[in-house]
Design a protein around this ligand. Sequence first.
Ligand code: TRH
Length: 355
Amino acid sequence: MGMNWDIYCRVVDNFGDVGVVWRLARDLAARGEQVRLWLDDASAVEWMAPAGPPPAVQLLAWPAQSNLLGAEAPGDVVIEAFGCQLPDAVIARMAARPKPPHWINLEYLSAESYVERSHGLQSPQFSGPGLGLIKRFFYPGFTPRTGGLLREPGLLAMQAMFDPQAWLAGQGLQRLAQERVVSLFAYPNKALPALLELLAGQPTLLLVCPGAAQQQIARMNLPKTLRCHALPYLSQPDYDHLLWASDLNFVRGEDSFIRAQWAAKPFVWQIYPQLDGAHELKLTAFLEQWLDLADPELAHRSRQLWRAWNGLQPWVSIDLPEAPAATAHALVWRQHLLGQADLSGQLLKAVRDSS
Ligand code: TRH
C-alpha cells in the first residue's frame, strides 16, 4: 500500500521547476504512491502531458486559504520543491497531524561539493506554525552520497526498443543520407550564429525547440548544409524521444540536462544563468566530474565548447568533439551514473527508514 504525497512547487521561470516535479509525481505514482501536486502555474503541464495526469496524480492549484478549507489533511510525505516556502496554513496543518508528515525540501541539482555535505541535513522547527516538525534537505546529485537523479524504472529498456527513423517520420521528418541530427533547446544565446556555422561544416538536420533560438534562426540566412526545423512543444516522453533520435543534443537548465545524460548521446549544456555568476562554478563542478573519465582531447574540446556556448570565454577556435569519442564517453558516463540509486527510490527509502 503506497503512501500519500503532497508535492508543492512554485514556478520561478521557464519550465524546469514544473518539469522536475511533474516527472517526480509520475514516477512516484508508477511505483504505487498517491500524489497531490500543488502548482501556482500548471500551464506547462498541458503540453508536457497532453493526456492529463495518471489516476494516482491529482493536480491542484497552489493552496490559498480558500482552497485549503475542507481539503484533506496533509499526506504522509510533504515535498517542498526548490525552497518554494509553504504557506503558514499548510505548515500548521502538517503540525496538527497526529503523526507528523515527513517534510522534505527538494533542492536544485548541482555537482558542487556542498551537495554531499548538505544532503540529508535536518532542520528542526523551534518556532512558528511548524513548531516540533523536522524539515530535511534532499539534494539531487551525481555521486552515491547525494540524492541521485530521477530515472524511471524501465527507461533504458524503452530506449533500447526505440526506433529513431519511425519517430522522426511521425514528426514529418526524414534524415537524409550522411546527415547528422542535432536537437537544440536553449536560452537566448549570442553564440548561436557561431554554433550554426560550426554545425554547417557537416550536413545537419537541426531540430529546434520553441523559444528564442527558433525566432533568431527564422531571421537568418542558413547555409545549404544546415536544414532547420522548428519543433512544437513536445510531451515530456516525446522530448526524450527527440534526445534519443538525435546524434548530438543541446540542452539547458536541469531536467533536459539530466535526460540528455540518460539518452547517452553527446550533449552540450547551457546552464541557467544567474546574475551573480554562480553558474560558472556550477558548470565547472559538473565539467570536472563528467570529464574525469574522458580522454584529454575530448575533455579539452568539450570544455572549450561548453564554456563558449555559455558565454564564459570567447568563441575562438571552438570545435565539436569527435563524434565517436563523444558517443563512447556518453555511454561510459551513463554507466557510471547507473551505479547510484535513482532519486525516487532514494526518497522512498529515506521516508521508510525514518518512519
Ligand atoms: O526550462 P528550463 O530552462 O528550466 C530551468 C531550470 O530548471 C533551472 O534550473 C531553473 O532554475 C529554472 O528553470 C527556473 O529547462 P529544463 O530544466 O530542462 O526544463 C524543461 C522541461 O521541459 C523539461 O522537463 C523537459 C520539458 N520539455 C518538454 O516536455 N517538451 C519540450 O518540447 C521541451 C523543449 C521541454
